[in-house]
Design a protein around this ligand. Sequence first.
Ligand SMILES: NC(=O)c1ccc[n+]([C@@H]2O[C@H](COP(=O)([O-])OP(=O)(O)OC[C@H]3O[C@@H](n4cnc5c(N)ncnc54)[C@H](O)[C@@H]3O)[C@@H](O)[C@H]2O)c1
Ligand SMILES: [Fe+2]
Length: 396
Amino acid sequence: MSYFLSPKKILFGKNMLRRLGAELEGRGQKAVLITDKNMAELSGELVETVKSAGYEVRVWDGAEPEPSTAGAIEVLKVLQEFAPQLIIAFGGGSVIDTAKAAWVLYENPEIPPAEITTVNVKTKLTPQKKARFMTVPTTSGTGSDVTWAIVLADTAEHRKIGFAHTEIVPDITLLVPEFTVGMPRALTASTGLDVLGHALDGYTARQQTDFSDGLCLQAMKLAFEWLPKACADGDDLVAREKMQNATTIAGLGFGNSNTSLCHALAHTLGATFNMPHGRSVGITLPYSLEYIASNPPLEGAPDPVARLSTAARFAGIDATSDQEAIQKLIQKLRDLAKETGEPLSLKEAGIMEQQMNDNLDTLVALASKDVNMYSSPCECKDEKLRRLFQDIWKGK
Ligand SMILES: NC(=O)c1ccc[n+]([C@@H]2O[C@H](COP(=O)([O-])OP(=O)(O)OC[C@H]3O[C@@H](n4cnc5c(N)ncnc54)[C@H](O)[C@@H]3O)[C@@H](O)[C@H]2O)c1
Ligand SMILES: [Fe+2]
């Protein structure tokens, strides 16, 4: 990777909603807010702010969790009919990815909507001219609010497809910690572990750069410190704000590096066992780190032992050797999952042995072709990948 991309503006801090009006005034007359049924109820204040800035606002609340192309195609119809100059995604990663995909299709009518997942860095996309795209995340996990990636599920093939393009960067990201206060403890925990997955995958991925490194390290440190507090007291606004910052900082980090082995495994589990994204990341993260810390790196890849021991020390871990630092870092992740009530293995997550055995070949096949696998600093395929999935099922 030889460039760094981010939204033009990330608005954060106190009373940000009140300051949003000035950002939007005079930049258009029509806005579409994309959300889901849960979050639509909480969108009132945001909608009123946008209206006060001079916009007619239409709300579409049909986004589904772990979205597929279908939702984006529905949104596209609304965009084409209403012709907004502002598109707002208000929700978790599922809403944001649905909106992002619809926005890309709105700006690029030559792309057949059903083929949106085939977009890649080489696709010729027109720079946006119809609408600005604003993201307002309500979970603290995916970082999709600032990344130039989209993840959609291929329901027919039971797999998740991640794709990215440098023209898919949102214009404005609005961080309002109050919007995340309603997250139940389990969602707070699983999305928070996703942040650690982004930070550590991004820091060890083959595409890491000097620019992404610092962001990944800081995001990891913030999440280790503040996730337990956000889980212990969901009304703790400081903890909510810190986790929101950690999430977006991790998004800037991994978004300009890549996610890697942990996410290749997690996407596969998510699609095969219908498991929420953050939960599958929380399960696969310790195993993927153990794997890269004990296998030889590929030629030209960053040395995972040097990287992970640096990350461990940045997280405040004391150790007399690199391997000890890494083991302590992995244990810290397991302790955090336990403390926040998240499962440490597929067995603990309720996947039966028979179900696992029936799906093992599929898991290996899907993970092998997951795009994140190409970012792994170590090769992981065939028998090694199979054994890794077996370990992830039975736990350690
Ligand atoms: N594009 C990217 O860069 C990127 C990166 C990582 C993950 N993802 C994708 O993001 C999706 C997961 O997103 P997610 O983890 O944010 O969850 P989500 O968006 O799927 O939301 C999960 C549930 O939580 C609810 N919810 C959202 N905010 C809430 C709040 N404040 N209070 C109460 N309930 C709330 C939603 O309505 C939904 O029912 C997956 O599809 C994943 O693959 C995308
Ligand atoms: Fe993730």
